[in-house]
Design a protein around this ligand. Structure first.
Ligand code: SAM
Length: 288
């Protein structure tokens, strides 16, 4: 077994020998805790036949563990200074493909086709926090075959994503993610597990993609416009939020009628509605 890149001593040695300075703009907080690394691999349930895509491999700490468990690892790193370091650190692993690119600009679908990969992939990453939501939502919306995502995110974001109705953390992001996947927090990770230490706590979030969506809705775009409007003004009732949302062009009567047909109180706030109720409301509001 190769020496662990994620150990604090090895990480420091790599950083010093390459005279590497962290760049805040790339959200660089490298993982230096082998137990946390283990928890990520276990939460993702990485198997020998898996194809894993890693966003932001850094110096290769997580990439190394993935390469030892999975069939193939595709690691996408934006920072050109890290490419030679990764090539050196991962030279023992022939199942790693390193891509030097901004993940948000990468056509993952085309890449998988080009590589002849048709099985659902697992996305596993200690995410750069400044682009957590666009990465997660972009992947779900891309329609690529996706078994799930195991991602390190800010603790507060993890709580928002896994929250259910009635909780203060519940909102448009919870519903957007839970439309595609079952979400649970696999581990809370303190600041001292990273170098440099981030300002806030982190969590490993496990998102397991549903084989079938948990709700069927006639127009999903419209349902999400409704959801965004419903949480736009948290202290207001759902009826007021919806009628204040100009883009929806709904009058009060119409909203009240739809709520009544679904047996939902006109006093309700958006934060009390389930995804199923939002879907039903969206369909009811589309009827003439
Ligand atoms: N995986 C490493 C680890 O766990 O130690 C590094 C994680 S660090 C939180 C985030 C990594 O994402 C950094 O290596 C950073 O350079 C990279 N990164 C930032 N923005 C990126 C982007 N748009 N596309 C690809 N990689 C990015």
């Amino acid at each position: 077994m190769e020496e662990r890149i994620a150990s604090p001593a090895k990480t420091i040695e790599i950083l010093q020998s390459n005279d590497f300075q962290f760049l805040k703009k790339f959200g660089q907080n490298f993982l230096i805790d082998l137990h946390v690394l283990d928890k990520i691999i276990r939460a993702a349930d990485v198997q020998a036949e898996d194809v894993c895509v890693e966003i932001g491999p850094g110096i290769g700490s997580l990439t190394q563990a993935l390469a030892e468990h999975a069939r193939e690892v595709i690691a996408v790193e934006i920072d050109d200074r890290l490419i030679p370091i990764l090539q050196e650190n991962l030279k023992a692993y022939s199942n790693v493909t390193l891509i030097h690119q901004d993940f948000l600009k990468l056509d993952v679908k085309a890449l998988l086709e080009e590589k002849g990969i048709h099985r659902p992939i697992k996305v596993i990453a200690n995410l750069p926090y400044y682009i957590t939501t666009p990465i997660i939502m972009g992947l779900f919306e891309s329609g690529i075959p996706l078994a799930g995502m195991t991602v390190m995110v800010q603790e507060e974001v993890a709580r928002r994503i896994q929250a259910g109705p009635g909780s203060k953390d519940y909102g448009a992001l919870s519903l957007a993610v839970q439309y595609y996947a079952e979400a649970y927090i696999a581990a809370f990770v303190p600041q001292n597990c990273f170098m440099p230490r981030p300002k806030v706590g982190s969590a490993v979030l496990q998102l397991t993609t549903y084989k079938e969506k948990p709700v069927s809705v006639k127009d999903e775009k419209r349902m999400f416009s409704l959801i965004r409007a419903a949480f736009g003004q948290r202290r207001k009732t759902l009826v007021n939020c919806l009628r204040n949302a100009e883009a929806l062009a709904l009058d009060k009567e119409r909203i009240l009628e739809a709520l009544e047909s679904l047996g939902i109180s006109e006093q309700i706030r958006g934060e009390a509605l389930t995804l199923q109720q939002f879907a039903a409301l969206s369909d009811a509001l589309m009827e003439d």
